[in-house]
Design a protein around this ligand. Structure first.
Ligand SMILES: N=c1c2ncn([C@@H]3O[C@H](COP(=O)(O)OP(=O)(O)OP(=O)(O)O)[C@@H](O)[C@H]3O)c2ncn1[C@@H]1O[C@H](COP(=O)(O)O)[C@@H](O)[C@H]1O
Length: 143
């Protein structure tokens, strides 16, 4: 009998779910340069209000996500409530990316770059680089 563990969640093929890309493309059409109308579109209104308003929404949605997760942790929330708040957070993050001329493809490219690199290894590498940089700086000051 095989002792291999069953895969708990099959890894989808790259690009299998393009929901974020489709939503980002829609958000792009809401920019003032593309005729987005703040009177008729929530996204256009937020883009029109500018980065402070967008970032305020992200902070708000991050807080609501945290509260929904804590509720679930303590047994008086629902998974659906957490999913809803996380969706709000992702949605507003996409608007922020669009404002700064970025797309979810930029974020996934960064995640792809990190694939296979353990967070613990990355942290150790970062500390090593910092120590090397500090040592170089001290040598420079001593010279
Ligand atoms: N996914 C979303 C989406 N998620 C959340 N929201 C809106 O985000 C708003 C903020 O959520 P809140 O819970 O904070 O609600 P609120 O208290 O009314 O917020 P305030 O605006 O008053 O601060 C709500 O009005 C939600 O309806 C969204 N609005 C739009 N989309 C997508 O964006 C597309 C374009 O939307 P429009 O630009 O409005 O046409 C839509 O077709 C959808 O696919």
């Amino acid at each position: 009998m095989s002792t291999a563990l069953a895969d708990p969640s099959p890894v989808p093929a790259p690009g299998a779910d393009d929901t974020l890309l489709r939503l980002a493309a829609l958000i792009e059409t809401r920019k003032p340069a593309h005729g987005g109308d703040p009177a008729r579109s929530y996204v256009a209104r937020l883009l029109h209000q500018g980065p402070d308003a967008i970032l305020k929404k992200i902070a708000e949605e991050a807080g609501e996500t945290l509260m929904a997760a804590k509720d679930l942790q303590h047994g008086h929330g629902s998974a659906q409530a957490l999913v809803g708040e996380m969706a709000d957070l992702w949605f507003h993050s996409l608007i922020a990316l669009a404002h700064f001329g970025l797309s979810p493809a930029d974020v996934t490219a960064e995640l792809v770059r990190r694939e296979g690199l353990s967070g613990l290894e990355e942290k150790a590498l970062r500390k090593l680089q910092q120590r090397q940089q500090d040592a170089r700086q001290q040598e420079g000051e001593a010279a």
